[in-house]
Design a protein around this ligand. Structure first.
Ligand code: HEC
Ligand code: HEC
Ligand code: HEC
Ligand code: HEC
Length: 448
């Protein structure tokens, strides 16, 4: 088993960054956008903070559909900067994206660039991350802006667990944050215990990142690995602590989707005392300041999505019985009252909203802001299918081709969407419990 020191074991990530700038040629490269200082507030230098994030699953930024959403890479700096750089260590525990589609691959690159801008010390890759990296054709990392540990790059090689050490000073004493990544299915807790028995500094905080762990392996590793902390895979959008208060090791999982930053504080209560550890989960709230370089990076992401023409490539299933979408305008001649009423409501501006925020070519957004993006004859782009932008008549009443052809003598058809298909708790936090008010607000039909 080997553990790399920060100074010697640095692994490279430049490989992912090269193509980013090539792909977004013409746009300013993140290299020339230094991160703006967000907060001048500093805290008691008598402690060291290890920040943990992970399980982003592709969530770079909340959609902004409704208020109060947590998360966003551009807000992490405001949290990290509460601690002076010399007193902190930033760790991402991995599982960066949710699949290996083209958009996931773009996000993977963007996240690596974000870690660089945010001055992460180490990024831990899980099996899924390494699979994504291999799909991207990336080669094994060397000499980059942050260390990379975790699942071995070559799938069949039985590499020893990888680790990382960062030394920081608190109250004039050296604290070594020592991280070790292990596969709960393959590695042995005793070997971690052996390694952790070797001193790494005046005080060491031994942190084990467990890959592929279930409840049983969590228990076994907690008992026998001699770690101070066990970071286990995330199972929830909320952060979780599995150990009892005061118990060692501290066993926890970070929140999914970047909704929280977990901060492990290593503090000396007084001169000559042993350090105490405690964990704080900081919500990444809307009100936190955005970092300029990260905001710029998100714009580059939107540009990459735009240039990749993901909407054009989106898989589309046929509508039943040869039906087609015709667009809201086609209903106006016979339903002028309903059309006029609809056109004054928010639904009729749903696409303009995406244009305003620059996400009008992003399938992850467009799907709920237009008619039939995932169907044949549905929305493709504002240029190709201008009649199908916005939330239109056919979202709720179904494709209209037959109804229009028969001058209204056959009913509009399935598939019809219900309010809840789009007004999910995540995208419309105010909907549940206020269904009647929402319905009243879209009223475009005549009273009987
Ligand atoms: C295809 C997805 C979709 C469906 C189905 C849908 N909506 Fe919406 N709705 C949206 C989007 C997107 C917006 C935001 C429009 C904007 O302002 O850009 C919205 C906005 C609204 C608003 C305005 C909210 C506000 O505070 O201004 C109301 C009210 C509303 N919807 C009610 C409904 C009701 C009631 C139904 C079901 C009968 C429904 N919606 C079905 C996507 C949908
Ligand atoms: C599951 C469907 C869905 C998806 C996916 C979706 N939206 Fe929305 N969006 C909505 C609904 C519904 C509303 C209206 C919410 C409300 O008012 O209750 C909305 C509202 C909005 C608004 C606020 C409009 C206003 O009133 O100013 C913005 C901005 C927005 N969406 C942007 C996005 C972006 C950007 C994405 C992609 C990252 C996205 N949406 C993805 C359903 C969706
Ligand atoms: C967000 C969903 C939604 C959108 C968009 C929408 N409608 Fe409706 N529409 C409804 C609902 C809900 C009702 C209420 C009666 C019902 O349950 O069918 C209704 C009622 C109607 C009725 C009266 C039906 C009846 O049986 O009396 C007509 C006609 C109609 N809409 C036409 C349109 C036209 C035309 C458009 C576009 C210009 C449109 N609607 C857009 C959801 C929608
Ligand atoms: C050529 C005229 C014409 C056009 C165009 C037309 N309709 Fe209709 N529609 C009618 C007639 C006629 C009725 C039945 C009488 C009534 O309820 O007004 C009707 C009824 C409806 C109803 C209530 C009964 C039902 O089928 O559920 C809805 C909803 C509706 N139309 C939606 C639409 C939508 C959406 C469009 C555009 C895609 C559209 N209509 C286009 C003539 C038309």
């Amino acid at each position: 088993m080997s553990i790399h020191d920060a100074s010697i074991g640095r692994a490279s990530v430049t490989f992912v960054l090269i193509s980013l700038c090539v792909l977004v040629g013409g746009l300013s490269c993140p290299d020339d956008a230094p991160r703006s200082p967000v907060s001048s507030r500093t805290e008691d230098a008598g402690e060291v903070s290890v920040f943990f994030t992970g399980s982003e699953l592709g969530a770079l930024k909340p959609c902004g559909c409704s208020g109060g959403q947590l998360g966003g890479l551009s807000k992490r700096a405001a949290i990290f900067d509460r601690v002076p750089a010399a007193g902190r260590v930033a760790v991402d525990t991995g599982t960066l994206v949710a699949g290996t589609g083209e958009q996931d691959l773009i996000k993977f690159r963007i996240l690596f660039e974000a870690f660089r801008l945010l001055e992460y010390d180490v990024v831990h890759l899980t099996d899924e991350d390494v699979e994504t990296a291999r799909t991207l054709g990336l080669s094994a990392p060397q000499n980059g802006p942050f260390a990379v540990i975790g699942t071995p790059w070559e799938p069949d090689r039985n590499d020893p667990p990888t680790g990382f050490v960062k030394r920081r000073i608190a109250r004039d004493r050296e604290v070594a944050a020592r991280l070790l990544s292990v596969d709960a299915r393959k590695d042995r807790p005793e070997s971690a215990a052996e390694l952790f028995a070797h001193p790494a500094g005046e005080y060491e905080v031994n942190i084990l990142i467990l890959r592929n762990a279930d409840a049983e392996s969590r228990r076994i590793w907690a008992e026998s690995a001699r770690a101070d902390c066990l970071v286990v895979p995330s199972e929830s959008d909320e952060p979780r602590i599995y150990s009892e208060p005061g118990e060692r090791p501290l066993v926890f999982a970070v929140a999914r989707l970047g909704r929280y930053v977990s901060r492990l504080r290593v503090r000396f209560p007084g001169p000559g005392t042993e350090p105490v550890l405690f964990l704080e989960d900081i919500p990444v709230e809307e009100t936190l300041a955005d970092d300029g370089a990260l905001v710029n990076l998100y714009r580059q992401y939107q540009e990459l999505v735009r240039r990749s023409e993901l909407l054009e490539k989106y898989p589309r299933i046929p509508l039943p019985e040869g039906l087609q979408y015709v667009g809201s305008q086609a209903c106006q001649s016979c339903h002028s009252y309903e059309h006029a009423a609809w056109s004054e409501k928010a639904h009729a501006d749903a696409f303009a909203t995406l244009v305003r925020v620059g996400s009008d070519r992003d399938p992850e957004c467009v799907i709920c802001h237009v008619i039939g993006m995932d169907r044949e004859s549905g929305f493709i782009s504002e240029q190709k299918t201008p009649h199908l932008k916005d939330v239109g008549c056919e979202n709720c009443h179904g494709p209209g081709s037959e109804h229009v052809r028969n001058a209204g003598w056959t009913a509009t058809a399935e598939p019809k969407m219900s309010c809840l298909d789009c007004h999910t708790p995540e995208h419309s936090s105010g909907y549940a419990g206020n269904e009647a008010e929402y319905l009243e607000k879209i009223k475009h039909w005549r009273e009987p």
